[in-house]
Design a binder for this molecule. Sequence first.
Ligand SMILES: Nc1ncnc2c1ncn2[C@@H]1O[C@H](COP(=O)(O)OP(=O)(O)OP(=O)(O)O)[C@@H](O)[C@H]1O
Length: 596
Amino acid sequence: MKETLDGSWGLFRMAWRIHPRKTLLALALMVAGAVSAPLLAVFLGLMTDAVVAGRGTAAALHGVATAVLAALTLTGAHFAHIAYFELSELAELDMVQQLAELSNGSEGIEHHDRAEFADELSVLDREVRQFSNALSALFSSVGLALAMVLTAVLLARLHPVLLLLPLAAAPPLLAGRAAERRLDGSRTAAAEPTRLALNLFRLSTSARHAGELRVFRLRQEMRRRHAGLRADADRVLWRGQAGAAALRAGGQVVFALAYVGTVLLVLRDAVSGRHGIGEVTVVIALAVQVNQQVTEAVNLTGTLQRMGSTLRRVAAVRTMVAEPDGPADEGGLSPADRMREGIELDGVGFGYPGAEAPVLTDLRVRIPAGTTVAVVGENGAGKSTLVKLLCGLYRPTSGRVLVDGVDLRRLSAEEWRARISVGLQDFVRYEFRAGTTVGLGDLPRVDDDRAVLDALESAHAGDVVERLPEGLDSQLGKSWTEGAELSGGQWQKLALGRAMMRRAPVLLVLDEPSSALDAETEHQLFERFSEQARQVREAAGAITVLVSHRFSTARMADLILVVRDGHIAESGSHQELMAGGGLYAELFGLQAASYR
Ligand SMILES: Nc1ncnc2c1ncn2[C@@H]1O[C@H](COP(=O)(O)OP(=O)(O)OP(=O)(O)O)[C@@H](O)[C@H]1O
């Protein structure tokens, strides 16, 4: 009950916020349409009595009133619909925007790693599309509540026993609520298989994966898995639907028995002469309405309860996104324009939400300002996780990342992001104009083609644009009829160009650009960065971090971090590490031998 009331109130506030005047108009029309139905029964009774008594004028007047009320009953909801149609659409849009904002509006990305977050979001994704019905349900239910009270008063005036009829509405209402709870439970239980099935569907229908699916002859297998997951979800949903239907039917049977009983009672009184013909007309008309009111009330409370749980889910998602251990903007200090001392990892540990073992443990290292750093290590060692911590996308679960001695948590996340630049391993393929796709790396200069060309030049990526039919003006992406599709490496080169757009970032992170670049180009690129970093050491103190599997590139760095099983196994310059004869020296030797 509380959820339904909270949901209704939340909905009303949302409509009011969007358009107060239309909200009031829709509500007034809906209420007028709803209460005119029981009044219609009263005037019908009065008209019948007047006709039987031969009072022509009174019969005609009551007849006109009956006709007006009938018109209002039939058209009230229709006119209200015109008033709230736009409101409903706007409310749905508002919800969709709230979801997008919740999902991507936070500074951190930790919530994306939680299965509960994905489940709630997948249910919400479906449920918000029902939101336009919710407003109509809300307005209708206000009108309906008034109509039910009026009907009960009218029935009680005729015979107190007739009050049993509205009271008999309680069992179907309670059963309806229980049914909706059961349905909501089944939607939650089915969320995971539904989400997984949707992922498989997207995978099976994406142009990007079409080739591999065919070569490995996986289409049949994907269909089988998809069907299995859908069947799992459907089984849960079907059980929920069947249980809910049985509960609703039980409630309706109780009401039907009460309905038949009261009609028989009034008919008996009429036969014995205790009621006039007009009163019998009123009772029969009202009893029919009570029947309709109950059915409508069950449906409306179901819809409102559903919307209540949608709003509850939105609140739950909001809490997950605002988790206190997420990388929120705690201190709001502004990072300096130049790095003075450097970055220090002070006992940094990190575990992904829900994972049993931490990915990184007790990392301790000082990276002086102006240093070029190479991070090397086996697959899954924790290199990308480390650079995401440096970018402030995750917050360490233990220890601190210090920037010039200040805990990264205390820096304004937004300002820190503005001072750094990244080429991430899982870069985005923005299907925009080529120049825009690169220019997005520095939003204020997104349309500055000169800056874009310079950035592409710095990233050794000018050739990608040169080959496009309209250069920087070429539309990218298969979603466009004329869009040019790029190879994976070309997309990554543009992402590198994007990383070069910012003028003087204090931290530049390049996470494995190797798939796009051949060994020679990667080498040259890093050489250039190292040179630039040395030149601007005094001016900006920029730190460049490159994650690479190529030791021939890594060796140029001032500092090499060898990550193994979540900790820094070795650190130092190439010469130091080679002289140490440890893991780095061993891996370097192996790779060098394979090139010979
Ligand atoms: N979003 C995530 N949620 C849970 N676990 C994750 C997530 N991302 C990575 N991991 C786990 O963290 C570990 C380290 O992953 P990470 O991507 O940091 O490794 P990496 O050294 O960059 O590997 P690679 O060289 O293959 O890119 C892996 O065991 C991986 O399974």
